[in-house]
Design a binder for this molecule. Structure first.
Ligand code: G3P
Length: 228
């Protein structure tokens, strides 16, 4: 299971990369526009923070195959490292996916809402497909079920494309996706950071500290071991 953070906010990226086992960063035009800054500098700064090995997914805005391919090549050159071009699924996007796949450029097919979209994107050569869980739930579909069926379908048909579930609003959605066998999720930092918080954990830590201090005062284990 890979956790990826869905943001272009540099402070959030720095914090998440420092503290958590994240596998990369995903962006899209909405996420980028929230930062309201120089686009090229922003994606290069993200790469500088995460280093060359972590995945960085950046979305194209072009809609015609040849323009998508051109943007993908320019983006890859600009950000370097472990780069994935995100392409919203469409006939032109699928054509571009095949072209880029044949050129060795990694593709994440995004804005996936159905199992058949995912299957066709996989056959076109996408490395990841990104179904939108919460947006499916919002239209009275079942985002978790759609993802689970995509995962199952890829297994049955021996398609190597991975599923990158996206669009989350609750911890429960993420947990159910993890249970479905989905290989990866991308989550906004605020929701991602709630995954490791639990008030009972905090109570337990507070109790450990109070019990320690009742006998050893403020002395740390390191100070005791070093004879201080
Ligand atoms: O990566 C796609 C994701 O950003 C969509 O999430 O919360 O806008 O539905 P949301």
């Amino acid at each position: 299971m890979m956790y990826i953070i869905d943001t272009a906010n540099l402070d959030d990226i720095k914090r998440c990369v420092e503290y958590y086992p994240v596998a990369g960063v995903t962006t899209n035009p909405t996420i980028i526009s929230k930062e309201n800054t120089d686009f090229l500098k922003l994606i290069k700064d993200i790469r500088a923070i995460i280093g060359p090995d972590m995945m960085l997914h950046v979305q194209v805005t072009a809609s015609k195959c040849e323009d998508i391919v051109k943007e993908a090549l320019l983006l890859k050159e600009a950000v370097g490292g472990n780069f994935y071009v995100k392409i919203p699924i469409s006939p032109e996007g699928l054509k571009a996916t095949s072209v880029l796949h044949n050129m060795g450029i990694k593709v994440t097919e995004t804005a996936i809402f159905t199992q058949q979209q995912a299957l066709i994107a996989g056959l076109a050569g996408a490395d990841f497909v990104a179904p939108y869980v919460n947006r499916l739930d919002n239209i009275v579909s079942d985002g978790v079920q759609v993802v689970a069926e995509i995962v199952e379908m890829f297994k049955k048909h021996d398609i190597k494309t991975k599923v990158l579930a996206a669009s989350f609003k609750t911890v429960e959605q993420i947990h159910k996706i993890a249970m479905s066998g989905c290989q990866s999720v991308t989550i906004n930092p605020a929701l991602f950071e709630t995954l490791t918080y639990h008030p009972m954990t905090q109570y337990a830590i507070d109790d450990f500290n109070a019990d320690w201090e009742s006998i050893y005062g403020k002395k740390s284990i390191a100070e005791i071991c070093e004879g201080k």
